[in-house]
Design a protein around this ligand. Structure first.
Ligand code: DNO
Length: 356
């Protein structure tokens, strides 16, 4: 595995490449052209400029998160083929720049959903949190308004104001889309892009739905082992793989994370590792990475990744906001750096114990 950190680009991130570079065990960043809208073409010169900036700081690009998929592709509406053409060209441009891993999601309207961005924990740190009760009380159009004030002035991925201004129309687009249609549209999309992925050896890593169940009545299809295996079989190409996101799949306490990992040898291309603390099955908050602070056994998760020979990029996912840092919720430097150190320790210990 390779330890990485997500970086949104110098225009958007409070964390600098220099700080990431000095986090000794992090050699790569997961980044993106953050101002591109879903469906927009990623020009090669812009990718090249981003790559040069990262490499000038002594790091490299380990993968992209995300090249976002447009709602036309997700709903299969009339602009889908145009948007898929742009997606293919964007992948080609990434391949030409020697970038071989792309994370994306197929969640309708909202990307990940949280109801609080700064829940205070007993130690005074703040974290992202979710309660189903809060979602059930709110109309979807008000969702963005309700969390906007806690974004610390940043633009959060999946919650771009440009998209959120059209939430009503977005919901309208999905009114006839059920799980089966959404799944078919995903398969159509993957079949269309597999040739360019084969040509440039690009691993596509779908991000699970977060939380791993339907919100606001919208269909969700990447929620558990059965759905993931179904997708792997429907497009049986090694470039069609998963982002193993413990914090997303783990929202459903019925999901056995080590078992999901062990069922996917060769198909996990990227790992997001973080912990959650549950107060009830539908009320949880993000915790520090270590096992004892939350619900998941991080040793078992890392051990399963090690045992299947996972060798892709890993990133410590959302961190708590600690030490008075002001940053994009979940994406401050301090707690993610602590998380990366802890995860590197687990990977090193498990790897060495295995060789003895
Ligand atoms: C949130 C992230 C997601 C993720 C996308 C992948 O912090 O994990 O926004 O990047 O779902 O496309």
């Amino acid at each position: 595995m390779e330890m990485t950190m997500r970086w949104y680009g110098s225009k958007f991130d409070t964390v600098t490449l220099k700080q990431i570079r000095q986090t000794a065990y992090v050699k790569g960043v997961i980044t993106m052209l953050y101002d591109k809208q879903p469906g927009e073409l990623w020009p090669q010169d812009e990718i090249h400029a981003l790559k040069t900036e990262v490499e000038d700081a002594g790091l490299h690009i380990s993968g992209i998160e995300s090249v976002n998929v447009s709602d036309a592709i997700k709903t299969g509406s009339k602009d889908r083929d145009k948007d898929i053409d742009n997606y293919i060209k964007s992948l080609e441009n990434l391949g030409k720049e020697d970038i071989h891993m792309v994370c994306y999601n197929f969640m309708p309207v909202f990307d990940w959903t949280r109801t609080e961005l700064a829940r205070r924990r007993p130690d005074g740190s703040t974290v992202l949190a979710y309660t189903q009760e809060a979602v059930d009380k709110i109309v979807p159009e008000k969702m963005f308004e309700s969390i906007k004030g806690e974004m610390n002035g940043t633009v959060m991925p999946g919650w771009e104001p440009e998209r959120m201004a059209h939430v009503k129309e977005l919901f309208e687009m999905y009114k006839d889309i059920d799980e089966n249609k959404l799944f078919d549209n995903l398969v159509y999309f993957l079949n269309a892009i597999m040739p360019v992925c084969d040509k440039y050896d690009i691993n596509m890593a779908i991000h699970p739905d977060d939380p791993a169940w339907s919100v606001f009545g919208l269909p969700r299809i990447i929620t558990d082992k059965a759905h993931i295996l179904h997708l792997m079989q429907a497009v049986d190409n090694k470039h069609n793989g998963l982002t193993l996101c413990t914090g997303s799949l783990g929202t459903n306490l019925g999901n056995n994370l080590p078992d999901i990992i062990r069922s996917l040898p060769g198909r996990i291309h990227f790992a997001h590792i973080r912990n959650l603390k549950f107060h009830s099955p539908t009320n949880f908050e993000e915790a520090a990475h270590l096992s004892s602070d939350g619900t998941f056994d991080m040793y078992e998760i890392v051990k399963a990744l090690h045992d299947i020979g996972f060798d892709g990029p890993v990133r410590p996912d959302h961190g708590r906001m600690i030490w008075d840092e002001v940053a994009m919720p979940g994406y401050g430097l301090y707690d993610r750096a602590l998380g990366a150190a802890y995860l590197c320790g687990l990977f090193e210990a498990i790897g060495k114990a295995d060789r003895k």
